[in-house]
Ligand binder design. Structure first.
Ligand code: DQA
Length: 146
């Protein structure tokens, strides 16, 4: 059976393309999702993608992932720096998770230097734009093949 990966995009990532293009680039979230789906096919992984602007919906998606996913890839966006509920949910479900950011948060404002997820995820990939997601999917496959 194919291994299953859940990709979670947090708040404001639905506005990629419009949003601060000097930081986030000109591509849209649909472009990333299309490439992710294509790569998942090549890697023989099953993929589900969810975008939400709400912290509680991210928590619920993580809780539900228990019944479906083998790995979670998550870009919690601004909630990275504020949320305790999201790392708590990841700890509760116990699935391996990979944290992703498009930008290098350490080259930006100081409040972005703290991630509440950093201690509960398997690893973190950041600063490579959309490639951060594709690298994360490859990392997920490596994790799952072990
Ligand atoms: C982000 C970085 C966060 O600091 C920011 O709030 C985002 C996007 C990134 O992908 O670079 O919304 O997670």
């Amino acid at each position: 059976m194919k291994k299953r990966v859940l990709v979670l995009h947090g708040p404001n990532l639905n506005l990629l393309g419009l949003r601060e293009p000097e930081i986030y680039g000109n591509f849209k979230l649909e472009d990333i999702d299309r490439e992710l789906n294509q790569l998942a096919g090549e890697l023989e992984l099953e993929l589900r993608v969810v975008q939400t602007n709400h912290e509680g919906e991210l928590v619920e998606a993580i809780q539900k992932a228990r019944e479906w996913a083998n790995v979670i890839i998550i870009n919690p966006a601004a909630y990275t720096h504020t949320s305790v509920a999201i790392p708590d949910a990841l700890k509760a479900v116990g699935l391996p998770a990979i944290e992703v950011h498009l930008s290098n948060v350490y080259a930006r404002e100081e409040f972005r230097h703290r991630s509440y997820l950093a201690g509960v995820v398997r690893g973190r990939i950041l600063g490579f734009g959309p490639d951060s997601y594709y690298l994360a999917l490859r990392a997920a496959q490596t994790l799952l093949s072990k």
